[in-house]
Design a binder for this molecule. Sequence first.
Ligand SMILES: NC(=O)c1ccc[n+]([C@@H]2O[C@H](COP(=O)([O-])OP(=O)(O)OC[C@H]3O[C@@H](n4cnc5c(N)ncnc54)[C@H](O)[C@@H]3O)[C@@H](O)[C@H]2O)c1
Length: 311
Amino acid sequence: MTRNKVTVIGAGNVGATAAQRIAEAGLADVVLIDIVEGLPQGKGLDLAEAAPVLPHDARVIGTNDYAETAGSDVVVVTSGIARKPGMSRDELMATNAGIVRSVVQAAVRHSPDSILVIVTNPLDAMCHVAMQASGFPRERVIGMAGVLDSARFRAFIAMELGVSVEDTHAFVLGGHGDTMVPLPRYSTVAGIPITELMTPERVQALVERTANGGAEIVALLKTGSAYYAPAAATFEMVESILQDRKRVLPCATYGVDGLFVGVPVVLGARGMERVIEIKLSADERAAFERSAGAVRDLVGKLDELAAAAAS
Ligand SMILES: NC(=O)c1ccc[n+]([C@@H]2O[C@H](COP(=O)([O-])OP(=O)(O)OC[C@H]3O[C@@H](n4cnc5c(N)ncnc54)[C@H](O)[C@@H]3O)[C@@H](O)[C@H]2O)c1
C-alpha cells in the first residue's frame, strides 16, 4: 500500500505548520511548494530531519516545481499575500485571486483527481476562484473556515466554564469573517446547550469574541496572523478526507445560491460528500442570509475586478 500524497501550496506560516502536522501524524507524504526559491526546500528539509526523532516515515520535500506535486490526493492552498499598509481590501482580493487562480491551474494539471482544500483569504471568494480555475465539481473544492471558527468558539466556551475542550461542541455557519453565524443553540458541553449553562450576556460576549477571533490575534502579534489553529483545522479536514472518516465539519461549500458558504458537511474520501441540513430559527436564518449576502458582495466585487482587469 502506498502512502497518500498531499501538496501544500504556500510554505508560509499556515502552510508549513499544516505540512508539519500532516507529516508528524504519518498521514501522508507531503510536498511543500512556494514561489520563493529555497523557502519550501529549506522548510521541507528541516521537517524531514525531524522525522527520525519523532519518529515518522512520511516523506517531506520542498520544491518550486509543480511536476513534483503530481498525483496528489489532496492539495491545500495557503498561498497568498497579507494586506500591506496602504493596500485596500479590493487590491488584496485581486492579488490573491490571481495567485490562487495560477497555483490551482498548475496543481490540477498534475493532480487532476485531487481534492482541493482552500485556506487563502478572503476565503469564500478564493473558493470561488479555485472552483473556476480547476473546473472541479463542488465535492472536490472545500474551504477551511468553519472548523477554525468553531474551534475558537469551543476554546472560549471551555475557558469560560472551566471544562475540557474535548466535551465542547460548537456550531458556526455562514461566511468567514465578521458575518459568521455562531449558533449557541447547537453549541454544547457534553450535549447540554450552552444557553443553559451561561447567561445570554456571556453567550453574546463569546459569540463576539469568536467573530473577532482572527483580528484579536493579529492585534497581539502586530505582524502576521494566526496559524497554529488554522493549521490544526486544515489538518482535521485533510485527515477526514484521507481516512474516509466522514467527520461532520463546518466547511465552506458551493451551494446556497451559487455561493461558497459555511455549512455542516460530511467529509470523506470523495471530498464534500453531503450537506447536513439543519433547522434554523427566524433570527438564525436572517443572520445566515446576511452572511450569505456578504459573500455575494465579495464575489460580485471579484467579478468586477476581473472585468476591469480584462478591459
Ligand atoms: N481560512 C482561514 O480561516 C484562514 C486562517 C488563517 C490564515 N488564512 C489565510 O491563509 C493565507 C496564508 O497565511 P500565512 O499566515 O501562512 O501567510 P504567509 O505570508 O506566512 O504565507 C503565504 C505564502 O504564500 C507564498 N506565495 C505567494 N504567492 C505564491 C504563489 N504564486 N505560489 C506559491 N506560493 C506563493 C508566499 O511566498 C508565502 O510563503 C493568507 O491568505 C491568510 O489570510 C486563512
